[in-house]
Ligand binder design. Structure first.
Ligand SMILES: [Zn+2]
Length: 154
């Protein structure tokens, strides 16, 4: 993707993510705590964990739908339909989380290059503000640790 391109087609993230322990954490707090590279790496791991979860849910749904035809009782049929529906819902949820996490991670990564010296991911967050209409859900005023140039990631 081209840096600076409009991100209107990317999923929105609302600036909040669930941390490793299930707690809500803002994007700027997560990057400040772990550093950008580690945050990005965790986003990739978490996103791909959702992808695997969605794929397994899809298999679960397909197996449930396959077995439904051989069930005789109504209770068994209802249970299998519920399993199939739950697998489908989990698959959709996991796919949406995967696309949101990776979309946001790539969006921020494309803007993590210093415009002045082209150093990647070496910046300090000076200020963060809420911007719910942006892809990352906030604006980050950052400063390059190599040359001191400041720019905004939004
Ligand atoms: Zn720089």
């Amino acid at each position: 993707m081209i840096p600076g391109a409009p991100g209107a087609l990317l999923p929105r993230a609302r600036g909040v993510r669930l941390g490793a322990h299930g707690d809500a954490m803002r994007l700027d707090d997560a990057i400040r705590r772990d550093g950008f590279r580690r945050w990005y790496e965790r986003q990739l791991y978490e996103g791909h964990a959702y992808l695997v979860t969605g794929f397994l849910a899809l298999i679960m749904m397909a197996i449930a739908l396959e077995v439904i035809a051989f069930r005789d009782s109504a209770v068994g049929l209802v249970a299998l339909i519920a399993i199939g529906a739950a697998g489908g819902a989990l698959c959709v949820f996991a796919w949406r989380r995967f696309t949101v996490l990776l979309g946001r991670a790539e969006y921020v990564a494309e803007r993590a290059v210093c415009p002045a010296c082209r150093v990647y991911a070496k910046f300090t967050i000076e200020h963060a503000g809420d911007a719910p209409d942006t892809v990352c859900g906030c604006t980050l005023a950052v400063r390059c640790r190599s040359c001191g140039h400041g720019w905004t990631i939004a």
